[in-house]
Design a protein around this ligand. Structure first.
Ligand SMILES: Cc1cc2nc3c(=O)[nH]c(=O)nc-3n(C[C@H](O)[C@H](O)[C@H](O)COP(=O)(O)O)c2cc1C
Length: 390
């Protein structure tokens, strides 16, 4: 008689980032989901970030004897177990009350690092205290006429962050219609339907009531959530259309460690960032949340790599959902990638362990992809490993 071995579980483990996405969608209220998952205006750039990957095929070579491809790399002097970082995402507490500390701990357990947003649900110091490793801090400048920018930089240094990443693609907040239609905004709109929507998700709602992690804590004083509305108003001032390259140069001067510029899509801007001493440039369109109609990041990457890859480190984000996507980005000139939404899908699904699950899936997919391609390491990847898709 045949014997079967069963593993009893309430539900099968997610097997892909898309699995996590489906689960996450069920766990958070519609308003939070629109904030996490949607993009600006027609969402053309959001979609382009994904479809750009489909235009490339991977070159398969056989009988190469490649057994355990090496994923290890280094970004701005920090050794990583694989070329995948967690992108900064503001208000991660909307996905799950455990927020950025859970993201940071999941990243370090996977041997990589998180970039912690200025607009995080936990303060600069709270995340640093909860983490076992030094992560990176993403800087949005403070409101004009204040010294908040300098204070953020100094706080990040004092809290021990290993690198500063300045986001430069947000002189205005992108027109995120889908998000606003769902009631999400600087001050969320609470309709009876929105309240009901939260109540039918008790785990999320309890986390919200217990932790109150839905405002940007770096803008809140020690009294916490009671200062929430004022904090959110401050946060909306973190768009600085007046900012120019000289401002970024001053930030570079104030920060003595690795310095990164996020939100570059044009080779001329990549040149400027490199010239002022950026140790890394993030080719990013903010996950299709800012300028709708901006190019897909994978499409923007080759020209930027041709201009500055010999002088700085290139990180790409936008639309990475598979190990094969990571490989294609590295072939076209990236040294590493970042994931934004995939980490939030994991976080919304199961807190820290969900983020660990997402990173483990991507790691396994990377290993499988390199093995099937016959490439011994991520460092060996290059343009010769890609073919234009038919
Ligand atoms: C919910 C959410 C919040 C974000 N908040 C920030 C932020 O505070 N600062 C920033 O520089 N980028 C922010 N981003 C952009 C991400 O850092 C990253 O560029 C983008 O998510 C990458 O695309 P992906 O989501 O397809 O991986 C945010 C993205 C999302 C989805």
């Amino acid at each position: 008689m045949p014997t079967f071995a069963y593993r009893l579980r309430a539900a099968p483990q997610p097997t892909s980032v898309e699995d996590y996405r489906r689960r996450a969608r069920r766990r958070v209220p519609r308003m939070a989901w629109a904030y996490i998952d949607r993009g600006a205006e027609t969402e053309a750039t959001l979609a382009a970030n994904r479809s750009a990957f489909a235009r490339w095929s991977l070159r398969q070579r056989v009988l190469t004897g490649v057994e355990s491809p090496r994923l290890g790399t280094e970004v701005v002097g920090v050794p990583l177990s694989m070329p995948i970082l967690l992108a900064p995402t503001g208000l991660s507490g909307l996905a799950h009350a455990s927020g950025e500390p859970a993201l940071a701990r999941a990243a370090e357990r996977a041997g990589t690092r998180a970039v912690v947003s200025t607009a995080a649900s936990y303060s600069i110091e709270e995340v640093a205290a909860a983490a076992g490793e030094r992560h990176f801090f993403q800087l949005y400048p403070g409101p004009a006429g204040t010294d908040l920018t300098e204070r953020f930089i100094d706080r990040a240094r004092e809290a021990g962050y290993a690198g500063l990443m300045v986001t430069v693609d947000s002189p205005a907040i992108g027109n995120r219609e889908a998000e606003r239609r769902a009631g999400m905004g600087a001050q969320p709109v609470l309709t009876p339907a929105a309240v009901l929507d939260a109540l039918i998700r008790p785990a999320w709602t309890l986390g919200y009531l217990r932790e109150g992690r839905v405002v940007a804590r770096n803008f809140v004083d020690a009294s916490g959530a009671r200062a929430g509305v004022e904090a959110v108003k401050q946060h909306t001032k973190v768009v600085r259309p007046d900012m120019v390259w000289d401002d970024v140069a001053r930030m570079r001067e104030r920060w003595d460690g690795p310095f990164m510029v996020k939100g570059i899509l044009d080779p001329d801007d990549a040149e400027k960032a490199t010239a002022l001493g950026a140790d890394a440039i993030v080719v990013s369109n903010h996950g299709g949340r800012q300028l709708d109609g901006a190019p897909a990041t994978l499409d923007a990457l080759p020209a930027i790599a041709a201009r500055v890859a010999d002088r700085t480190t290139l990180i790409l984000d936008g639309g990475i959902r598979r190990g094969t996507d990571v490989v294609k980005a590295l072939c076209l000139g990236a040294d590493a990638v970042m994931i934004g939404r995939p980490a939030l899908y994991g976080l919304a699904t199961a807190g820290q362990s969900g983020v660990e699950g997402v990173l483990e899936i991507l790691r396994t997919e990377l290993v499988t992809t390199l093995t099937l391609m016959g490439v011994p390491s991520v460092a060996a990847l290059g343009r010769a490993h890609l073919l234009p898709a038919a």
